[in-house]
Design a protein around this ligand. Sequence first.
Ligand code: PHE
Ligand code: CA
Ligand code: ZN
Ligand code: ZN
Ligand code: ZN
Length: 277
Amino acid sequence: APDISVADVQADLGRLQSIAEQNGGNRAHGSSGYQASIDFIKGKLDEAGFTTSLQEFTTGGETGYNLIADWPGGDEGQTVMAGAHLDSVGSGPGINDNGSGSAGVLETALAVAKSDFQPSKHLRFAWWGAEELGLVGSSHYVDELSSEDRGKISSYLNFDMIGSPNPGYFVYDDEPELQKLFDDYFAGLDITADVDTEGDGRSDHAPFKDAGIKVGGLFSGADYEKTPEQAENWGGTAGEPFDNCYHSSCDTTENIDETALDRNSDAIAHAIWSLAS
Ligand code: PHE
Ligand code: CA
Ligand code: ZN
Ligand code: ZN
Ligand code: ZN
């Protein structure tokens, strides 16, 4: 898999930050900041040759959107999906939660296009709306799939918070095969990843899992505190939250650990290349 440039991921985060600043400070469901975030991501994907579509839904009296991007080619009966929620909470710009996952998935998709990757399986990328209101966008997507279409998704990988400032390296344990794929990747960097317990069931992989689809993903931690063992293992500060700005106004471009962002973005590309071939 190609190496994802963390500078490119950071540039996307800078753009999401300015979008928030120009739109009242956030990118929440129903806001102009969310719309502008969608326009930004969709524009890049369209330019790169993806087939994109917006899926509309309504919640809380406001229209929301999922952005779906298909890479033409491959066996659609065996579709590998990766996704991230693009909405923020109302209290801030949501750069770690979840500009980080959104940008990591975007740069992986753009790397697919740039290398003209033509895998045997079909690739689909998704940016979910209204996760912060209760996984609304991703649940809507899964609800709208026929059982036949659900059967075509080989796996769904979720990335929600991958650049936490006091980072942990957590891997979802829902599907042993997908867990091993990420664990092995980190082992290659001499990192021992832990099982994600904080995020279990609390992000957009949950509706996929409930529908019987294999799910995996990465997480660098939210408001749980890093233990002394974890600090010894990964560095950072014991007794402090993984993300002290979780769901706060200070979740800005300052609230990112670049090393974690880089490793996790590279891990997304590694997983996509391994699973699709
Ligand atoms: N979904 C939660 C949020 O957006 C936090 C979370 C992240 C949960 C990653 C699980 C995995 O606030
Ligand atoms: Ca990299
Ligand atoms: Zn959140
Ligand atoms: Zn989140
Ligand atoms: Zn679990």
